[in-house]
Design a protein around this ligand. Structure first.
Ligand code: SAM
Length: 363
C-alpha cells in the first residue's frame, strides 16, 4: 500500500487517500522529494519521466538470465580437462558463444566458452558450483565474467613484475598468476589484514606461487623502492561503492544506497590511488577497474588523473569488439569499457587501460 501511494504521489496524479495514510505521506513529504532528487542526480537525469524509464531498464535486467560464469584455473588444470570433466558428468558443451544471446539461451546442463574470454566457461543461470569438486580443488574459480576483464586486459607477460594494488581476496591475483604461468612476481597489496589472509588461502588453493603478500596501505608504498624497480604492470581495483553488483534479492543494482559523502570519499581515494599507480617509474601498462556504475568513480577519476599524466600515459582501447563504452562527456570515455547485466549479461563493471607513451628515463 505504501509503495503504491508513494508511486502515485511522486509519479502519478497525487494523493487520493485520506486519514492515516494521508498524514503519513504529508509527514514524509520533504524526505520523499529529496530522495527522488538524489536519485535523479546520481543517475544524471533531469525529469521524473527519465527516472521512471531507468527503473524500467533495471527491471529489464532482472528478466535477463545472467549465466553462471567460471574461470578455468590453468595453474591447476587445463581448459581441455575441465571441459572433458563436465562432459563426462552430464553437461553438454555447445562450443564457443558467438553472441550474448547464445549465453542467455543456455539451458539446464549446457555450457559454452565465453565469446570474449578464452578461459571462461558459461553455464545456465542458477547453476551452483559452490560445492562442486572442481571448485573445491581450485580447478575452477567462481568469478563473474566482467571481473575477469581487468587481469585479462592487463595481460602481463610470464616473468614480468606486477603490482596488484588492492588485491584481496585475490581473485584477480590468481588470474594474473595464471596468465603469467606462475613465472615472475606479483606484489599482492592490501591494507586489510583479514581480507589478505583470505587471499592467502585462496591463492594457495589456486596453486599460485609467484606472489608476495604485502599488508600495507598502497598509498604508502614508495614507487621508487628498489623492490619495485621492475614493476611494469599494475592492476588497480580499489574499494568502490559496489553499485554495479547485482542485488540478488531484488535483481537490481543498489545505486541509490550510496550517499553523496561516501561517493566523494571513495572517488577521492580512487583518484589518489590511480595517480600513485601511474607514478611507478617503470609502469608500462596500468589497468583501473571498479564494480561501480557511478561516473564519479569511473570516467571522472580517469579524466582527472589523466590531466596530470597527459605527457606520459594515454588511454588505449583494449578490446575493440566490446560494444559497451564509457559514459559522460569526457573524450576518452569511448576508450573505456563498461559492462552491465542489461547489455552484457554480467554484473556492472568499468575498466580503463593506460599505456605509457614515452620511454621511462630509467630504461
Ligand atoms: N582485486 C580484488 C579481487 O579481485 O579479489 C578485489 C579488491 S576489493 C574491490 C578492494 C580492496 O582494496 C579491499 O580488499 C580493500 O581492503 C583494499 N584497499 C582499500 N584501500 C586500500 C589501500 N589504501 N591500500 C591497499 N588496499 C586497500
Amino acid at each position: 500500500m505504501a509503495k503504491l501511494l508513494v508511486y502515485d504521489y511522486v509519479f502519478g496524479k497525487g494523493l487520493k487517500c485520506g486519514g492515516h495514510w494521508k498524514l503519513l505521506m504529508r509527514k514524509n513529504h520533504g524526505q520523499l522529494n529529496s530522495i527522488v532528487a538524489r536519485m535523479k542526480v546520481s543517475r544524471h537525469l533531469s525529469s521524473n519521466r527519465e527516472l521512471l524509464s531507468s527503473f524500467q531498464e533495471a527491471a529489464d535486467d532482472t528478466g535477463r538470465q545472467i549465466p553462471r560464469y567460471c574461470r578455468v584455473n590453468v595453474l591447476r588444470s587445463s581448459m581441455h580437462d575441465v571441459m572433458d570433466y563436465f562432459k563426462r558428468h552430464g553437461h553438454t558443451y555447445l562450443g564457443k558463444a558467438r553472441s550474448v544471446k547464445d549465453l542467455e539461451r543456455l539451458k539446464n546442463n549446457e555450457f559454452l566458452t565465453d565469446l570474449h574470454l578464452p578461459d571462461v566457461l558459461a553455464f545456465a543461470h542458477g547453476t551452483d558450483f559452490h560445492d562442486h569438486e572442481l571448485y573445491r580443488c581450485g580447478n575452477i574459480i567462481l568469478q563473474d565474467k566482467a571481473s575477469c576483464l581487468p587481469a585479462f586486459l592487463l595481460a602481463p607477460t610470464p616473468g614480468a613484475h606486477v603490482m596488484d594494488c588492492c588485491a584481496a581476496p585475490g581473485n584477480k591475483t590468481s588470474q594474473l598468476a595464471a596468465i603469467m604461468k606462475n613465472k615472475g612476481k606479483i606484489f599482492a597489496v592490501d591494507r586489510d589484514e583479514a581480507r589478505l589472509a583470505t587471499a592467502s588461502t585462496q591463492l594457495l588453493r589456486a596453486g599460485v606461487t609467484c606472489h608476495v603478500l604485502l599488508h600495507t596501505d598502497f598509498l604508502q608504498l614508495d614507487p621508487h623502492d628498489p623492490r619495485f624497480r621492475d614493476v611494469r604492470f599494475l592492476l588497480l581495483d580499489p574499494s568502490c561503492s559496489g553499485s554495479g553488483m547485482l542485488n540478488r534479492h531484488v535483481g537490481q543494482v543498489d545505486e541509490e544506497k550510496v550517499s553523496p559523502d561516501r561517493l566523494a570519499a571513495l572517488s577521492g581515494f580512487q583518484y589518489l590511488a590511480l595517480r600513485h599507480a601511474l607514478s611507478f617509474p617503470r609502469a608500462q601498462r596500468v589497468v583501473y577497474s571498479t564494480c561501480s556504475l557511478h561516473l564519479q568513480e569511473n570516467e571522472e577519476v580517469v579524466q582527472d588523473v589523466l590531466k596530470h599524466f597527459e605527457n606520459s600515459f594515454r588511454l588505449v582501447d583494449p578490446l575493440p569488439d566490446w560494444p559497451h563504452r564509457g559514459e559522460g562527456t569526457f573524450p576518452g570515455a569511448a576508450l573505456c569499457l563498461r559492462a552491465s547485466a542489461h547489455s552484457d549479461l554480467t554484473s556492472g563493471f568499468f575498466v580503463a587501460v593506460f599505456e605509457r607513451v614515452e620511454q621511462s628515463p630509467l630504461k
